[in-house]
Design a protein around this ligand. Structure first.
Ligand code: NAG
Ligand code: NAG
Ligand code: NAG
Length: 270
C-alpha cells in the first residue's frame, strides 16, 4: 500500500482542519489547510484544498430546497423563514485554479454504476442530502429509490445506477449497549461492515467527542479492558480515530476506493 492512514494519523491527528473565521458583517471565510505530506492532493498542479469560499451569484443555488425530496426540515432554513438567501450562493474557489460548475448529469455519467458513501455525524448528513438534491435537480425526471433509515440511508439514481449512501455514526467507533449502560467503545468499529465495497468513502467526526452532560451520547468509555466514566476527550478521539484508521488500512483497497476524512466542522444549532 502506497501510504498508511495509520501513519498519516500519527503525524497529523486532524488531517484536514477547516477553520471558520468570522470577519466584518456577515462575510465568512473558510480556510482549508492540507497537511498531507508526501501525498499531494493535486489536480493539474492545483491544490483543490487550498482556497476560499466566494460569492457566485450566477450559478447558485443549484436547487430549490422546497422541491428536494431528500432534505430534512431542520436543514431547510428557507422553509422556516430565514430571510437572507446569500448563504446559498457560495462557491469553493481553489487559489490556483477554477473549478467547473457542478453538472449533475456529468456527475452521474462519471459515477455510473458506483457507490458513494458519507459516514459520520449530521455534517455528513447535510452533505449527503445536499449532494442528492444537487444531482436530483439536474435530472428531475430520473427514477430514484429513496430509503431513509438510521443508521443507513440511501438514494439510488436508477437510470444511472449511482447510489449515494449515508451511514450515521457520530463517533465512527461503536456505542455498545453493556449492562452498565451505553458504552463508547474506542476499539470497536462493527459499523464498518456496512462501509465495505464502496467506490468513494467520505468520513467525518469531531464535535460529538466534546459533548458533556445531557448531550453526551454515552454513559461510559471503554478502552480495551478498562471502563471509564470519562477521560481526556482528545485522548479518546485519538484512540477512536486510530481504530478507524486501522479499519481503513485493513478493509479498503486504495486501487478501488477513494477515502476522504473531514476534520473539525462548525456546529449548526441555530
Ligand atoms: C485565511 O483566510 C484569511 C482571510 O481571507 C486570509 O487572510 C488568510 O491568509 C488565510 N489563511 C490561509 C492559510 O490561507
Ligand atoms: C421553490 O419551490 C417552491 C415550491 O415549488 C416555489 O413556491 C418557490 O417559488 C420556489 N423558489 C424559487 C426561488 O424558485
Ligand atoms: C494496486 O495496483 C497496483 C498496480 O496495479 C498493484 O501493484 C498493487 O498491488 C495494487 N494494490 C492492491 C492493494 O491491490
Amino acid at each position: 500500500m502506497g501510504f498508511s492512514f495509520k501513519t498519516l494519523l500519527s503525524l497529523f491527528p486532524l488531517v484536514w482542519v477547516m477553520l471558520m473565521q468570522e470577519t466584518s458583517g456577515s462575510r465568512h471565510y473558510y480556510n482549508v489547510s492540507n497537511n498531507i505530506k508526501g501525498r499531494k492532493q493535486a489536480q493539474n498542479g492545483c491544490n483543490l484544498f487550498q482556497g476560499k469560499w466566494v460569492l457566485d451569484l450566477s450559478s447558485y443555488p443549484f436547487y430549490n430546497s422546497s422541491q428536494c425530496p431528500f432534505i430534512d426540515s431542520e436543514f431547510d432554513c428557507l422553509k422556516y423563514g430565514r430571510p437572507d438567501k446569500q448563504f446559498l450562493q457560495y462557491s469553493w474557489k481553489p487559489d490556483s485554479c477554477n473549478l467547473p460548475r457542478f453538472d449533475g448529469v456529468n456527475f452521474l455519467g462519471k459515477w455510473k454504476g458506483k457507490k458513494i458513501m458519507f459516514v459520520g455525524d449530521s455534517l455528513s448528513l447535510n452533505m449527503w442530502e445536499s449532494l442528492a438534491c444537487m444531482v436530483q435537480a439536474s435530472v428531475p425526471n430520473s427514477k430514484t429509490t429513496y430509503v431513509r433509515k438510521d443508521p443507513l440511508s440511501f438514494v439510488i439514481f436508477e437510470d444511472y445506477g449511482v447510489t449515494l449512501y449515508m451511514y450515521r455514526t457520530p463517533y465512527l467507533v461503536d456505542i455498545v449497549r453493556e449492562t452498565v449502560g451505553a458504552v463508547l467503545n474506542l476499539g470497536s468499529i462493527n459499523g464498518g461492515n456496512a462501509w465495505k465495497g464502496m467506490d468513494l468513502l467520505i468520513f467525518n467526526t469531531w464535535h460529538w467527542w466534546t459533548h458533556k452532560g445531557q448531550s453526551q451520547a454515552w454513559d461510559y468509555i471503554r478502552d480495551g479492558s478498562e471502563l471509564y466514566e470519562d477521560m481526556d476527550r482528545l485522548v479518546a478521539f485519538n484512540k477512536g480515530l486510530t481504530t478507524w484508521a486501522n479499519w481503513v488500512d485493513n478493509n479498503v483497497d486504495p486501487n478501488i476506493t477513494k477515502v476522504f476524512f473531514q476534520g473539525i466542522s462548525p456546529t449548526h444549532y441555530e
